[in-house]
Design a protein around this ligand. Structure first.
Ligand SMILES: NC(=O)c1ccc[n+]([C@@H]2O[C@H](COP(=O)([O-])OP(=O)(O)OC[C@H]3O[C@@H](n4cnc5c(N)ncnc54)[C@H](OP(=O)(O)O)[C@@H]3O)[C@@H](O)[C@H]2O)c1
Length: 271
């Protein structure tokens, strides 16, 4: 496993995503991911599967303090002190006293940023949240949030077809983690000729080359999701090869500004 050190904390660079992994599939998937060796699990209030993640962690027998557990506050829970009550509910479902990282899932222009961030800062002082982060925040909103509280992470869409140069510079400047969601572009990388040519040199698939490319970058974590056991194994099998500088640059050059997650009520991405 590759770890990144962010604000003095060690984060496993490869995690397991659970969006659109409901119910028993989620429990089974997370339990299996932990058995393979994943130690970073990503869920959210909005995924409606926190209780299955919690059950999987408990059943896995992996000590809680070996897992970097991430959840997210839904934007509807930003007002008043709903971030506090909903996070406590998340902890109950996750069967744990703390999450390693709690993110604001999307910007909510209807509520001042201070409200949910102040709630999370209080939970952090109590130990219920180890670190606070944001998700889908463009650079200026990250700056704004940093004016309210210390941040650990911005989780955004990032893969070979969507560069994140400005946000990556910002993570270096402020000692943040950038977690790449949709890391294999929801399967779109699989047919890529360049990625398959690079993979052929190492006996790896385009998905494996992509995941390696992400986590080989400083301060970048990747959280691929799969409902299939063999794919979970394959996605984790990226620690026995290393891309050269030339190969890293060749993958960077695949950028075509292709954003897969871009809801109508989403933020201005400032690109
Ligand atoms: N913060 C946010 O707003 C946000 C938004 C989106 C996602 N996320 C997080 O990021 C995680 C990952 O993103 P994502 O699930 O959207 O996209 P992804 O991980 O890039 O791709 C997942 C898709 O690719 C397939 N797949 C996975 N591994 C594969 C492999 N080795 N070979 C072929 N196909 C493979 C999966 O199918 P099967 O499942 O059928 O195998 C699934 O359809 C999510 O689960 C979630 O935790 C966060």
């Amino acid at each position: 496993m590759i770890h990144h050190t962010v604000r003095g904390a060690e984060v496993p660079a490869l995690g397991f995503g659970t969006f659109r992994l409901p119910g028993e599939d989620c429990r089974e998937g997370v339990e299996h991911a932990l058995a393979i060796g994943y130690r970073h699990i990503d869920t959210a209030q909005g995924y409606h599967n926190e209780e299955f993640v919690g059950e999987a962690i408990q059943r896995s027998g992996v000590p809680r303090d070996e897992i970097f557990l991430v959840s997210k506050v839904t934007p509807e829970n930003f007002a008043q002190d709903l971030a506090t009550t909903s996070t406590r509910e998340s902890l109950r479902k996750l069967r744990t006293d703390y999450v390693d990282l709690m993110l604001l899932h999307w910007p909510n222009p209807g509520v001042s940023l201070e409200q949910p961030l102040a709630s999370l800062a209080r939970l952090k002082r109590e130990g219920a949240v180890r670190h606070i982060g944001v998700s889908n925040f463009p650079p200026s909103m990250v700056e704004q949030a940093l004016g309210v509280t210390e941040l650990f992470c911005n989780q955004v869409e990032y893969h070979p077809y969507l560069s994140q140069t400005t946000l990556l510079e910002q993570t270096r400047e402020h000692d943040l983690l950038l977690t790449a969601y949709c890391p294999i572009a929801r399967g779109k990388v699989l047919e890529d000729t360049l990625l398959s040519d690079i993979g052929a040199r190492y006996g790896k698939t385009p998905a494996q080359v992509t995941l390696r490319w992400l986590i080989q970058q400083q301060r970048v974590a990747a959280i691929p999701k799969s409902a299939h056991a063999q794919r979970r194994i394959d996605n984790f099998d990226v620690f026995d090869f290393e891309l050269t500088d030339e190969e890293m640059q060749a993958v960077f050059a695949l950028d075509r500004e292709q954003r897969l997650v871009d809801p109508a009520n989403g933020p201005d991405w400032e690109r």
